[in-house]
Design a protein around this ligand. Sequence first.
Ligand SMILES: [Zn+2]
Length: 121
Amino acid sequence: MVTNQDGLGTSSFPRPTFEAPQEFILQAFRSQGIEFDAVFVCPHFQTDGCECRKPELRSRAMARRLADARRQLDALDDQIKAVALRRVNALQDQAGAASNRSADLNNQLSSSLSASNCRMM
Ligand SMILES: [Zn+2]
C-alpha cells in the first residue's frame, strides 16, 4: 500500500487522526484474507519534493523490491526445509540400520548362548 498523507504528524494532522482509520482499513482487508506486504506512507506535502510521494516511482520501486525480497525469502525458506527434511530422512535411515544391526547381534548372541548351554548339559 502506498499512500500520501499530506502533513501527517503536524498539529493540523496529528498521527492518531490517521492511525485509527488506517488500522480500521487494514483490519477490514485482513478480515477478507488480504495482507499488504508493506505500507508506505508519505507524510510530506507536494511542495516538499520528496521521493516517497505517490506517484513517484521510488515508492513503487521500494514496494516492488520489498515484495521481491519476500519472495526470495520464501524460496530460501523452502530450500532450507528441503535440506532439513533430507537430513532427518538420512538420520532415520541410519537409525533404522543401526536398529537392524542391533537386532542381528542380539539374535546371534542368543543363538550362541543357547548353543553353549546345550553343550554344558
Ligand atoms: Zn514523502
